[in-house]
Design a protein around this ligand. Structure first.
Ligand code: ATP
Ligand code: MG
Ligand code: MG
Ligand code: MG
Length: 565
């Protein structure tokens, strides 16, 4: 393709709200365009091209694994969500609306209900199973804090797959196959990643694994072993005593028990850990060590997590100073969730059952009560025995090597669902004996648009993007320094045609602009290789550039074709 014919609106301006490299470079490189700064993006030609390349890899590997592609309606009747019981539970991330006839709908944030509905109408017999159906389609989640460009959008592209089986055993076989398939996808995309044990969150189900792209900017904290493949999200790792040992030296717990630090921020400063880690991990472990019989969850307003689990009553971190030392001493230790920022206006206060649900999701406890401390603070008491049971329920598959914390971007998540959806929605089949049985399900997601951000988070430098081989919008960039120079232009055109004929995805920079500006764009766009045809052509030389290492190699012009072979 020709630069002059493409819409590639590169810019030197860094968007005001952008802090991450991927956000900055995807906008500056003209890959995407923000729509009103609210987690909505348009994909411009180059961005769409990258999306297509990523999708191609995803599709090829899924098709090879026997999955079938479908496309489901984005708008979903609320009645399906009522059948599964998620309509009320899902919280504010679920965008609900009515049509002109007053019918209720949601914009699908995930499509378990919709896919189960498809299958329950079309699959009747064990002979039609197993099935693995997927789509690559839009999702909408009204995220409380959309940010970081494509990393956390409100509308985003997801590959979501759902498998249906006659038995738990067969579902587990498929789950393992999907794990292997996802590994192939992320490897082909050139990503450094870890597969980690995960919490199943709002989707539900039992076993689940996340695919974490390793990057300092990742929003998730994961624990990984240096000697084996073991990894776990701290949300799941918290339940594993072994990891907690590494996570938090015992010496600090005693001090934690004496609440001389007034706010969560101060506590996290004190422990030198991030607040999520503090409230989710340290406190639970502390309870474990001290043999306390209660866990108290402090729900802090403004937290993403709380929005997700629909528990919203809480205090601003700073309001904790209003809780007396006696009160803190009485409840002993603190566990819970918090948002790192101050409380936004207009958060609804929700009491009782919803908060209890949150507690059960957070710590897996069964019997709990809520209670009020002060005016605007709610805690939940949960039975410690239940918490221990959860800890024992999780196996630590690690070799025993040394564990360390690192940051990850959640690029994929696979779940063993069981009959969580097939039972309430009546998705059944007739088994060999003619008995009606609910199908056993798995579900498998990949954040396709988030992957673009993840690739750049892992592959960039001060000059811009560095696309990996299979994600790059083009394989080769031919830069003609001065298009008025007939000899340069002729060689550029000749190479361009030759490469096209070979099936190389090539772009020729045939703009009138100055060499410096074109070179800057070439680097910003991050195409893996470039041929720069410039002044040296007078001496019969061109430059061959490898973007990643910024390697510049002078090559005799007549040899360039063979170099590109
Ligand atoms: P997160 O923890 O980042 O909020 P999630 O656990 O809620 O993600 P899942 O329900 O597991 O997400 O969805 C499957 C995949 O969709 C995720 O692994 C992620 O790659 C992607 N995804 C989820 N939310 C977003 C978002 N707001 N923007 C872009 N991609 C997303
Ligand atoms: Mg989420
Ligand atoms: Mg997650
Ligand atoms: Mg997830």
């Amino acid at each position: 393709m020709r630069f002059t014919q493409l819409l590639i609106p590169t810019t030197k301006e860094t968007p005001n709200d952008a802090t991450l490299a991927s956000h900055i470079y995807l906008i500056r490189g003209g890959f995407i365009q923000s729509v009103g700064g609210s987690g909505l993006y348009n994909f411009l030609p180059l961005g769409k091209k990258v999306l297509d390349k990523v999708e191609k890899v995803v599709k090829e590997e899924l098709d090879r694994a026997g999955c079938q592609e479908v496309s489901l309606s984005f708008v979903t009747p609320s009645s399906l969500w009522e059948e599964s019981g998620r309509f009320e539970k899902y919280g504010k991330e679920l965008l609900r609306f009515k049509d002109r006839k007053d019918n209720d709908f949601v914009l699908g944030p995930t499509h378990e209900e919709m896919m189960v509905n498809l299958v329950r109408q079309t699959v009747k017999s064990y002979k039609q199973l197993p099935l693995n159906l997927y789509q690559i389609n839009l999702k909408f989640r009204d995220e409380i804090r959309p940010r970081f460009g494509l990393m956390r959008g409100r509308e985003f592209l997801m590959k979501d797959g759902y498998s249906f089986h006659i038995s738990e055993e067969d579902m587990k076989r498929e789950f393992d196959l999907m794990e292997e398939t996802y590994k192939k996808i992320f490897t082909r995309l050139g990503l450094e990643f870890r597969v980690v044990e995960a919490d199943s969150g709002a989707i539900g189900g039992s076993g689940s694994k996340e695919f974490m792209v390793l990057a300092d900017s990742g929003e998730d904290t994961i624990v990984v072993c240096d000697s084996c493949e073991y990894g776990a999200n701290i949300e799941a790792a918290v339940r594993q005593p072994k990891i907690c040992d590494v996570a938090a030296p015992e010496a600090k717990f005693a001090k934690f028990n004496t609440p001389n630090v007034k706010t969560i921020e101060a506590l996290s400063e004190f422990f030198k850990v991030d607040p999520y880690y503090l409230v989710k991990t340290v406190a639970k472990r502390a309870l474990y060590d001290e043999g306390e019989s209660k866990i108290v969850l402090f729900a802090l307003r403004g937290s993403d997590e709380l929005q997700e689990v629909k528990a919203c009553n809480a205090v601003d971190a700073n309001d904790l100073v209003d809780v007396s030392e006696e009160e803190l001493a009485e409840v002993g230790l603190i566990a819970g969730f918090m948002g790192p920022t101050t409380v936004p206006e207009g958060i609804t206060v929700v009491y009782d059952n919803e908060l209890k649900d949150a507690a059960s999701m957070i710590c897996g406890a069964n019997e709990k009560d809520y209670h009020l401390v002060g005016n605007n603070f709610v805690g939940i008491e949960a039975n410690f025995d239940d918490l221990v049971a959860v800890q024992e329920g999780d196996v630590c598959t690690c070799c025993g090597g040394s564990l360390r914390y690192t940051k990850g971007i959640e690029a994929g998540h696979i779940f063993q669902l069981g009959t969580r959806y097939s039972e309430p929605l009546g998705c059944v089949f007739l088994d060999e004996n003619g008995k009606s049985v609910p199908m056993v399900m798995g579900t498998y997601g990949i954040g396709v648009s988030r992957l673009l951000a993840a690739i750049i988070e892992q592959n960039h430098d001060d000059n811009g993007c560095i696309w990996t081989k299979e994600s790059a919008p083009f394989d080769l960039y031919i830069l003609v320094s001065n298009i008025k120079d007939e000899e340069q232009l002729a060689l550029g055109e000749k190479l361009y045609e030759a490469m096209k004929a070979k099936g190389v995805d090539v772009i020729i920079d045939d703009r009138k602009d100055r060499f410096g500006a074109k070179m800057k764009d070439c680097e910003l766009l991050g195409i893996p290789h470039a041929v720069v045809i410039g002044k040296n052509l007078a001496d019969g030389k061109v430059e061959f550039l490898t973007r990643k290492e910024m390697l510049k190699e002078e090559v005799p012009a007549e040899d360039i074709l063979s170099v590109l072979e």
